[in-house]
Design a protein around this ligand. Sequence first.
Ligand code: UDP
Length: 240
Amino acid sequence: MSFSTVTVMDVPFIKATNQEFLTQLQTDIDQKKRRFIVTANPEIVLYAKDHPEYKAIIKAADYITPDGIGIIKAAQTIHQPLPERVTGYDTMVALLEKANTQHLRVYLLGAKPEVMAAVVTKVQQQYPGIDLVGYHDGYFKEDTQILADIHDKQPQLIFVGLGYPKQENWIKQNLTQAQAIWMGVGGSFDVLSGMTKRAPKVFQDAHLEWFYRLLKEPTRFKRMLAIPKFMWLMRKEKRA
Ligand code: UDP
């Protein structure tokens, strides 16, 4: 691959700006490459640390991007800076814009049925140039029909929002079904649907998106402890 990487807790992140990454993805689309994108935040890195099988799966991805300020800070700590955050949500939206202008075939998988329905409406209105070849919510018991659909329609972009580790496990297992860009997008469909609001820009700019989410969804508190834990482990690793 054309990017060098910075390894944070044994996870290799691509050293690329959003623009550079999107340019590479455009080349991949043009050359009909099969690609697997993981956008990893501190929570995912910690999970991978404790789950070797999951770590092996994400390390098999073509691109792991730093999805969160925690990863950027960690890279600074080890004096191997990464240029900027490359988030799942921003990458998905940028790819949808490309798909709109280039009439690419897109498949969407994940989120609750009502969220996916809202996403489909939004995509049809906002990106009428997209060839939406299929979609399904993320609460299926059987994936035979979904896979048959993907195999049959050969989407060029496949967005999978099942949350980690499910989405990466599912992508890895089914990659061979289509020569596509496969990307895990976590809760991005919830945001795209408008049902979950992204933090206002002031919070984003102050790198306090996590704080906004905490205010909105206090039950995430336990999950969020991953960030300080991650920073603490990084410092410990650096001292060692
Ligand atoms: N989800 C799903 N199927 C499942 C479990 C979760 O489609 O079996 C969806 C869920 O509805 C949500 C997303 O996966 O849209 C996970 O969101 P979360 O905010 O937990 O993900 P993150 O962005 O933090 O990875």
